[in-house]
Every structure is written in structure tokens, then in C-alpha cells.
Design a protein around this ligand. Structure first.
Ligand code: MSP
Length: 502
């Protein structure tokens, strides 16, 4: 059996989640659901990144100790994902004991393998910022650009990771595995950074204590990124359950935003090599959700929360918009007009209209009992091509392409109904054939939209009288023409997507 271990970045708990975070999580959820649909064994991991200075400072501003703060904030992410119908299998918090133990094991392995050494670090430090600055970042000679106070020359003993030792190995690894980082432009970005020369990096701090202590020297705390990346192996039992780890690690798919390429495509593979495990098998880099041309972020004036959108449009329309309109890999502008027009065109006018006209006419012309599909319907060929294209699109981690193919089938079926006009015809075999085929399309569409709109898919399935759930079906077999059995009670319900006036 194939496995699919999909991860999102673990999010900082500095602030509540916004739609930018939701973009990654919904894509990961949709891909996880797609892989379940094609029969893969899936493990979907997300979580929160709770150590480091940023979080400690946010807690301090609230007058709380860091753990009390993260205990408050982390559930807001879990709740936001539940509110978007995200079905993750695990939710990791870096403050959990299982994670601390795993970080200690992982970094001790690197230390034992000789890739961590102690050295002194000398630099220009701003106490207000608690960070070092390079000379060219300073203003008026020696002032911190933020505080406008003089920086101090400071020397600190730090542990360093010998990243430079992995330059050649990383280049070889990229050459041997061309598809590891997608899209290709991002792979090239990572590779050219490596080829530009890698410097050893400082991985511990003595100036902060909100983090995982270095097991062999408890005056030091690991820098937050080292701790964070290791979450991916913690969750599958690294160092604790080797069998489970070996089962899942080879099929890992990291999904990340483009601003954290270096961490995931340079540091992380090198860390894995240094610890003696295989580097990650797949990194999918995506673009940003933009608001007025800028990256949506915690500091954006108009950061948008997932809940405000789902209240306005409904959960499935929000998921559909995120998946359909911003192809994985590209940036995309987020706007109320964009989501509304997609809602009206694809959901109200196409999918909703198809479901409601078919169930209505089955009610008026077939006594509410669904007829069997016509084996020679032209739609059988369309459905065959569409299922193949959807499989290819989703298989290439392009939900937009999978959905675009699916909507071709919906549009063709609406067009076919407009030509046949079964609502005007006398009941009989002709009308039955047309409606049976339209019901068969609804059955296939319900399966194909499971990853994007799980609740809508279930409701369609129920209304056309089918037993069980569309999630239980397995593609590609379940997508073949002629499986709608006929003789089922079809229910005409309220419109799933009432047209919006805005
Ligand atoms: N904690 C680190 C990640 C550690 S992973 C080992 C971090 N956290 S974050 O809270 O800043 O989240 C970053 C991720 O959130 C991005 O990589 C991306 O997946 C998602 N996004 C945040 N804003 C986004 C947009 N405006 N658009 C798309 N994705 C966005 O970095």
C-alpha cells in the first residue's frame, strides 16, 4: 500500500491564525483527503511552533509566562482548522514532552556524529531586540535601526552546526532526485543558494531560556528553528518507535510557504543527513496569499480570519476558493469580489443548479425515483476524460487543475440538459435516460469534490439516494460510468448555494 505523510509548517502562536495560514492547511487537508480517496494510507500532521524569542516576547506583553500564553493560543489554531473541516491526524505542539525528547535525541545524534561544535560568536548586539546586527544594518554608525540606541559588542559561546560539510552532499542529492522540491523554480533557488557556499550556523543561545535545553550543556537553549523542524519526525516516532518511523518517513510531503525554503530545502536535509536519516522525500513550495499586493500577515492592517470568511460564505465555498483560485506554487490576490464571483459562477450557477434541476425533474417526471444511467450517453466519455484529468491534476499536487476538470463535467451536463429539456418532455424512457445519466454525473462529481468540499459531497450523495458516504469510495474504479444503481429515492432539498447579490 502507498503511504502519504503530509505536513504543514507548524505555526507561530504569536497571534491567532489568518487566511494565509488557512491556505496552507486547507491545501494539505485537500491533498490528504485526495490520497485517502485513491486508497493511500495517510497521515496528516499540523501543529504549533511555541518556543523562541518572538513567542516569549508576545507572552511577556500579555503579562503571562510563555507556557500559559501558548496554552491559550495553540487551541485557537486547532479550532480554526476544525472550523474549516480540516481532518488532521495529529496536532503537534513543540512544548509537548514527546517533542522535547525527540529534539534531544535528534540533536544528540548530530553531536555524536561530530557535526556540532562549540565556538565563540562575536557580534554587535542590541539588547532591546535581543539579536545581533550586521554592520550594514546599523544606522548612523552604531545605532540599532529599531531602537536607535547604540549596539554593544558582545561575545558569546555558541554551538554551531557544521552546515558547510554538507555542501557537496546536498548538491549531489538534488542532482540525484530532480523532483524533490517543486516547483522547479524553487528547487533552483535552493540549489543556487547551496552552490553559493554554505557557512556553519549558530544553533544555540544562552541569552534566552524559552526553548529546549541542550542535553549535553544546560546553559544553552536550541535556537527555535532547530527545534521546530524536528517536529516532522517527532510525530512519527523518531527514536522511540523505529518501525513506525521507517514506515512513514520515506513518504513525507512537506508543504511550505516560499519564505521558508532555506530552512526546509537546505538546513533540514543537511540536519537529516547529519543525524543519519534520509532527507525529506518531497517539499512542495507554495506562493503567498496577497492583500492589495502585499503578503497577508499578522501585521497586515486587514488580516482576515478564517472564521469571518466562513460565516460570510460557508465552509465549503471558502475551501473551494482557496484551492481553485490560487494554484499551489503561485501567489494570488485575495479579494471579496474574487470569492463572490467564484461562488456565483461555479457553485450557485453550475454545481448547485445542476443538483437542484436534476432532483426537481426526477421529482416531477420520475415520481422521485432515480432512473439508471444511459450506458451510451455522450457524458460517459466526458466523465472518463474528466476523471483521468482530475487524477492527474490532484496527483501533481494541483487541486486547481483537479477541480477545473471536474467543473468541465458539471458544465457539459448542464449544457446537455438544456438541449434535452427533460422538464418539458413527457415522462418515459427518453427522459429516464437523460436523468439517469445526470444522476450518474452527480455521483461521480460528489466523489471528485470530496477533497475540496467534503460536506457538500456528502449532502449530494444523500440527496441522490446513495448509501454510505462518498469518502468511502475508491478512485479510479468508483469513477467509472454506470454505477448509479437507479431505483433510489431522490430528494429535492433547499438550494446548496443560493446566489449571492454582491
Ligand atoms: N514557525 C515557522 C515554521 C516552522 S516549520 C518547521 C513559521 N511559522 S508562521 O506562523 O510564520 O507560518 C508560516 C507559514 O504560514 C508559511 O510558510 C505559509 O505556509 C503560511 N502562510 C503565512 N502567511 C501566508 C500567506 N500570506 N500566504 C500563504 N501562506 C502563508 O514560519
Amino acid at each position: 500500500m502507498s503511504r502519504f505523510f503530509v505536513t504543514t509548517p507548524i505555526y507561530y502562536v504569536k497571534d491567532a491564525p489568518h487566511v494565509g495560514h488557512a491556505y496552507t492547511t486547507v491545501n494539505a487537508d485537500a491533498l490528504a483527503r485526495w490520497h485517502r480517496l485513491i486508497g493511500d494510507d495517510v497521515f496528516f500532521l499540523t501543529g504549533t511552533d511555541e518556543h523562541g524569542q518572538k513567542v516569549a516576547r508576545a507572552a511577556e506583553e500579555q503579562g503571562l509566562d510563555p507556557l500559559a500564553w501558548t496554552d491559550q493560543m495553540s487551541p485557537r489554531f486547532a479550532e480554526a482548522w476544525a472550523g474549516l473541516d480540516v481532518a488532521n491526524d495529529d496536532f503537534i505542539r513543540t512544548t509537548e514532552p514527546r517533542h522535547r525528547a525527540s529534539v534531544e535525541r535528534f540533536l544528540s545524534a548530530i553531536y555524536d556524529n561530530g557535526y556540532i561544535f562549540k565556538d565563540s560568536y562575536r557580534g554587535l548586539y542590541c539588547v532591546g531586540c535581543e539579536r545581533y546586527y550586521a554592520t550594514d544594518e546599523l544606522v548612523d554608525g552604531n545605532l540599532c535601526p529599531d531602537h536607535r540606541t547604540p549596539v554593544e559588542e558582545l561575545e558569546e559561546e555558541n554551538y554551531f552546526f557544521r552546515l558547510s560539510a554538507f555542501e557537496d552532499r546536498l548538491v549531489e542529492w538534488y542532482a540525484a532526485n530532480p523532483g524533490i522540491v517543486v516547483p522547479e523554480s524553487k528547487r533552483n533557488e535552493a540549489l543556487s543558494f547551496i552552490k553559493g557556499g554554505l557557512k556553519d550556523i549558530s544553533i544555540t543561545r544562552t541569552s534566552i531560556d524559552w526553548g529546549v535545553r541542550v542535553p549535553w550543556d544546560d546553559e544553552h537553549v536550541f535556537y527555535v528553528w532547530y527545534d521546530a523542524l524536528i517536529n516532522y519526525v517527532t510525530a512519527i516516532g523518531y527514536g522511540e518507535d523505529p518501525e513506525r518511523f521507517d514506515e512513514w518517513w520515506p513518504s513525507v510531503h512537506h508543504i511550505i510557504g516560499k519564505e521558508i525554503i532555506r530552512f526546509h530545502c537546505v538546513w533540514w536535509p543537511a540536519m537529516c543527513m547529519a543525524a543519519g536519516i534520509e532527507p525529506p522525500a518531497h517539499v512542495q513550495v507554495h506562493g503567498w496569499l496577497l492583500l492589495g499586493g502585499d503578503k497577508m500577515s499578522n501585521s497586515s492592517v486587514n488580516r482576515i480570519t478564517p472564521a469571518s470568511l466562513t460565516e460570510e460564505y460557508g465552509v465549503d465555498p471558502v475551501r473551494y476558493h482557496l484551492l481553485r483560485d490560487i494554484p499551489l506554487g503561485s501567489d494570488g490576490e485575495f479579494s471579496a469580489e474574487g470569492i463572490s464571483s467564484r461562488y456565483n459562477s461555479d457553485l450557485a450557477n453550475n454545481l448547485g443548479n445542476l443538483l437542484s434541476r436534476v432532483t426537481t425533474v426526477v421529482g416531477s417526471k420520475c415520481g422521485g425515483v432515480g432512473p439508471v444511467p444511459d450506458p451510451s450517453s455522450r457524458l460517459a466519455d466526458v466523465a472518463g476524460t474528466v476523471v483521468a484529468d482530475a487524477v492527474a491534476g490532484w496527483g501533481a499536487s494541483r487541486p486547481d487543475l483537479g477541480l477545473e476538470a471536474t467543473w468541465r463535467l458539471i458544465r457539459e451536463t448542464n449544457a446537455e440538459l438544456e438541449i434535452a429539456e427533460p422538464w418539458k418532455a413527457e415522462p418515459g424512457p427518453g427522459v429516464d435516460a437523460v436523468l439517469g445519466s445526470a444522476l450518474e454525473v452527480l455521483r461521480i462529481v460528489a466523489i471528485l469534490i470530496v477533497p475540496a468540499m467534503p460536506a457538500t459531497a456528502r449532502e449530494m450523495w444523500r440527496r441522490i439516494g446513495l448509501e454510505g458516504t462518498p469518502e468511502e469510495q475508491r478512485l479510479p474504479e468508483a469513477g467509472s460510468w454506470g454505477r448509479y444503481p437507479g431505483g433510489l429515492t431522490v430528494e429535492k432539498g433547499a438550494p446548496l448555494f443560493p446566489r449571492r447579490k454582491d
